[in-house]
Design a protein around this ligand. Structure first.
Ligand code: FMN
Length: 309
């Protein structure tokens, strides 16, 4: 019988265990109900990025499988807009809250005004949201997204604009660069937690047609191939900030999740793995608990940042 405390706190979001989901890779939860009881299993889920108004996203093809344990996507944050999102998924997401699973709603925008507007709409319409994740790191849209988080000053400006619009916890989703400097700027601007990393921009060319394998020349790489890079960035960011981190990037096993925790992550998100191993979360959670017990601790929090150089 495992008896380790698995509860963690991600910047004011009290999670029963460290397992979260990476935005855009998990639908909005209900798609996984056929595999396990989402509300009874997950510490939290993070929903797909949603903007104030609906976005059509990019043309197809939007996904390509790469050799070497990775995929590439250029979905471009297709979403129905906050009001329609809340209408469609609100009752299900409230049900998750009722079962003890936290619900993090992701906010997307092309400009500071759009981030503010989407946050205000969520604040008004979504009582089920435990907190918000501000996505300033999407590499697949022409305006906003990663450009909003490209420098410490730009990232902090978004954070400062959004901060007064809600008293609920704000997590900021970071791009895979300059994570120490940008993380510090976000902490100073009032972020409660940081999540990292978003996908890494890449290219994949069909050599027969000489065209991109996706509808855009570049797209975001994710999956096991990026895991070691993500662990390094979580560790670098953890040295620079004192707010909690959610580790994201190529996690596909309990061992991968444990690495994130040792590098300094309080929570860990499952992303691309959900697409090829949709039943993985309960197994990873049970094995993570066994790992913590084998490490001889009674509380998983003792292992956060416990990496020894
Ligand atoms: C199909 C797809 C859609 C995604 N959509 C979003 C999104 O809406 N917002 C976001 O912040 N990240 C999005 N991401 C990035 C993931 O949340 C995650 O940061 C990234 O995939 C790295 O984690 P992984 O290697 O475990 O998948 C998406 C990734 C994929 C593969």
């Amino acid at each position: 019988m495992v008896s380790v405390n698995m509860a963690v706190n991600l910047g004011g979001i009290a999670m029963r265990n460290p397992l979260n989901t990476a935005s855009g890779t998990y639908g909005n939860g209900w798609q996984f109900e056929g595999f396990y009881d989402v509300g009874a299993t997950m510490g939290a889920i993070t929903c797909k990025g949603v903007a104030a108004e609906p976005w059509a996203g990019n043309p197809a093809p939007r996904l390509a499988e790469l050799s070497g344990s990775a995929i590439m996507n250029s979905v471009g944050l297709q979403n129905p807009g906050v009001a329609s999102f809340v209408e469609q998924y609100g009752p299900y997401l409230q049900g998750l809250r009722d079962k003890g699973c936290q619900v993090i709603c992701q906010v997307a925008g092309h400009s500071i005004d759009e981030y503010v507007r989407a946050t205000e709409l969520y604040e008004e319409l979504a009582p089920f949201a435990s907190g918000f994740e501000i996505n300033i790191s999407c590499p697949n849209i022409a305006a906003g997204g990663a450009a909003m988080g490209a420098t410490p000053a730009a990232a902090a400006e978004v954070m400062r604009a959004v901060r007064p619009r809600t008293s609920r916890p704000i997590v900021v989703k970071m791009a895979p660069h300059d994570v120490a400097e940008i993380g510090r700027a976000l902490e100073d601007a009032g972020a409660d937690a940081l999540s990292l990393i978003n996908t890494i921009p890449g290219m994949s060319i069909d050599v027969r047609t000489r065209k991109s394998r996706l509808s855009r020349p570049t797209a975001g790489v994710s999956g096991p191939a990026i895991h070691a890079i993500a662990v390094r960035m979580v560790w670098e960011c953890a040295q620079a900030v004192s707010i909690p981190l959610c580790g994201i990037g190529g996690v596909s096993s309990a061992e991968d999740a444990a690495e994130m925790i040792l590098a300094g992550a309080t929570a860990v998100s499952l992303g691309t793995v959900n697409m090829y191993d949709p039943a993985c979360a309960p197994r990873i959670l049970a094995e993570l608990e066994q790992w913590a017990e084998l490490q001889g601790v009674s509380d998983i929090n003792e292992l956060i940042g416990a990496f020894e150089c």
